[in-house]
Design a protein around this ligand. Structure first.
Ligand SMILES: [Ca+2]
Ligand SMILES: [Ca+2]
Ligand SMILES: [Ca+2]
Length: 256
């Protein structure tokens, strides 16, 4: 009798483990998006001043182990820089709440791995949780135009492309299968070279970020008015607050 009971417990434990693994949600397009890019590290302003990407988690409880950013031109041709997130079994990336802003800095620093306040940050060059092989950099934006792919386990999740209005050419970066207004020719205009330092998404819906007009370039100094890890104002903030409210309900919901 006891043997049967113990076998049953083991079976149930195994079942719950498998249900748990399959319940983890992988990232698809629209589930996590690029929300802001800071592309000008303004060399000379001192350390802890890095180029950065802010990602917004739209779908609740996503498993983001394996999420990757890369500034390669073609999404499935690995070259240039890249950064792949992994939590090494600590679990902080296995069920990330909706409304979380994840900032990846291309520099050295102390990571924030606690999503209870809806922010996570990783310093790609020193982080244990960011694989930056083979170049050692997560991305490199110091050019009059560039692009960024967001990938998950070899699939496309998001894409954008930007360019200075006086840049001489558009660059080869291709959105692949993802929506992006005007395809290879489409880009976010970030003003004259040197005029601005980054750009933010102003929308309140994941697929609106396919439209360059939904983005705004900004010139504020990174150290004085750092918007990385914070909602971008207006309806973007309202949207993110709603995503966070939904996530909190999910966390505190009592099963009936
Ligand atoms: Ca945090
Ligand atoms: Ca998009
Ligand atoms: Ca922001």
């Amino acid at each position: 009798m006891e043997i049967i009971y113990s076998a049953k417990l083991k079976y149930l434990a195994g079942l719950f483990l498998w249900v748990g693994i399959f319940a983890l949600r992988a990232a698809n397009p629209g589930d996590v998006i690029i929300n802001e890019i800071y592309f000008d590290a303004k060399k000379g302003l001192g350390k802890s001043h890095f180029e950065a990407v802010e990602l917004l988690v739209v779908a609740d409880k996503l498993n983001l182990n394996g999420l990757q950013v890369s500034d390669r031109p073609i999404w499935n041709v690995p070259k240039n820089d890249q950064c792949t997130l992994q939590d090494l079994g600590h679990g902080f990336l296995s069920a990330v709440p909706s409304g979380t802003l994840i900032v990846i800095y291309d520099g050295n620093g102390t990571d924030d791995t606690n999503a209870n306040d809806f922010t996570l940050s990783f310093y790609a060059r020193s982080s244990l949780y960011c694989n930056v092989a083979p170049t050692g950099n997560a991305f490199s934006f110091r050019k009059p135009g560039k692009s960024l792919h967001l990938l998950y386990l070899n699939g496309q999740v998001d894409f954008l492309k930007y360019r200075a209005s006086n840049a001489t050419h558009n660059g080869p970066a291709d959105p692949g299968k993802l929506g992006w207004e005007n395809g290879v020719k489409g880009y976010i205009d970030v003003g004259m070279i040197g005029e601005n330092v980054g750009f933010r998404f102003l929308g309140n819906k994941a697929d609106l970020n396919d439209f360059p007009a939904a983005w705004m370039a900004y010139s504020e100094d990174y150290k004085k008015d750092n918007n990385l890890g914070k909602p971008n104002g207006g309806v973007n903030t309202v949207w993110i607050e709603a995503l966070r409210a939904k996530a909190s309900q999910a966390q505190t919901a009592v099963p009936k």
